[in-house]
Design a protein around this ligand. Structure first.
Ligand code: PXP
Length: 238
C-alpha cells in the first residue's frame, strides 16, 4: 500500500480568503497525521496565493512525519527550500494564471538548469522528486539529472470523460511506472486523485506515495479532516 501525503494548500486557501489566522495550517497537518497521513505536502507558489513562507517554516518545525515542499525551480524559492530543508522537494512547473499545476515539468528540455537545482537541493540533504507527465523522455531525463524520485502526473487520468479514456490514461501511467522502477527512481503519483479514482493508482506495483489534496480537503467539510484522511487511507488499502 502506498504512503499517503496530504496536500494542505487549500486549508491555506480558505485562510487567505479572509486573511485571518485560521484555519490553522499546523493544526490541519497534525489532524492529517493523527488520521494516518505519512507525509504533509504544501506548494509555496511564487504568487503566495495560499501557502506563505511562514507556513513552510511552521510545518517543518511542527510535524512528526515528513514535509514535502512542492515548488518551482526559481531562485528565490530554491533559497527558501535550502533554508527550511524539508525532507522532500517536488519540483513542479508553475504559471501565474493557472488554477492548479497544469502538466508536468519539461525535464528533458531543461537538463542543465534543473540539474543545477537538483544538485544544490540534494547536496543539502533534501530528496528531490520531479513532477512529470508519464512520458519516457521525461523519466530518462529525470534519472539523468540525478533526481531521487518522480511523481507521475495523474491529472489527465483523473479528468477523463469516459471509462475508455480513463483506461487509456491508466495504461500509460502503468507503463511509465514500470519504466520509473526499472530506472531505479522512486515512484510517486499525484494530482486530481479522489475517492473514486485513487484506488486504481494505489494498486500499481511499486507505488511509494500518493499526494492528494483537493478531494480530501473538500470531503473534510462534511466529515471532518481526520475522517476524510482515514477514508482515503482505507480506500487505498482495500
Ligand atoms: N502533486 C502535485 C505535484 C501537485 O502540484 C498537486 C497540486 O498542488 C498535487 C499533487 C495535489 O493535487 P490535488 O490537489 O488535485 O489532489
Amino acid at each position: 500500500m502506498p504512503k499517503l501525503g496530504v496536500n494542505i494548500d487549500h486549508v491555506a486557501t480558505l485562510r487567505q480568503a479572509r486573511r485571518e489566522g485560521f484555519p490553522d495550517i499546523v493544526e490541519a497537518a497534525i489532524a492529517c497525521e493523527l488520521a494516518g497521513a505519512e507525509g504533509i505536502t504544501c506548494h509555496l507558489r511564487e504568487d503566495r496565493r495560499h501557502i506563505q513562507d511562514a507556513d513552510v517554516y511552521a510545518l517543518k518545525r511542527s510535524i512528526k512525519t515528513k514535509l514535502n515542499l512542492e515548488m518551482a525551480a526559481s531562485e528565490d524559492i530554491v533559497r527558501i527550500a535550502l533554508d527550511v530543508k524539508p525532507r522532500d522537494v517536488c519540483l513542479v512547473p508553475e504559471k501565474r494564471h493557472e488554477l492548479t499545476t497544469e502538466g508536468g515539468l519539461d525535464v528533458a528540455g531543461n537538463i542543465k538548469s534543473l540539474g543545477d537545482v537538483v544538485s544544490r537541493l540534494r547536496s543539502s540533504g533534501i530528496k528531490v522528486s520531479m513532477f512529470i507527465n508519464p512520458d519516457k523522455n521525461q523519466i530518462v531525463a529525470s534519472k539523468e539529472i540525478g533526481a531521487d524520485c518522480v511523481e507521475l502526473h495523474t491529472g489527465h487520468y483523473a479528468n477523463s470523460r469516459s471509462a475508455q479514456e480513463r483506461a487509456k490514461h491508466l495504461a500509460v501511467i502503468k507503463e511509465a511506472s514500470v519504466r520509473v522502477l526499472e530506472s531505479g527512481l522512486i515512484l510517486n503519483c499525484g494530482h486530481g486523485l479522489d475517492y473514486s479514482n485513487a484506488r486504481d493508482v494505489a494498486v500499481i506495483p511499486g507505488m511509494r506515495e500518493l499526494n492528494i489534496g483537493f478531494s480530501i480537503i473538500a470531503r473534510a467539510l462534511f466529515v471532518g479532516l481526520e475522517n476524510a484522511v482515514r477514508e482515503m487511507k482505507k480506500l487505498c488499502a482495500e
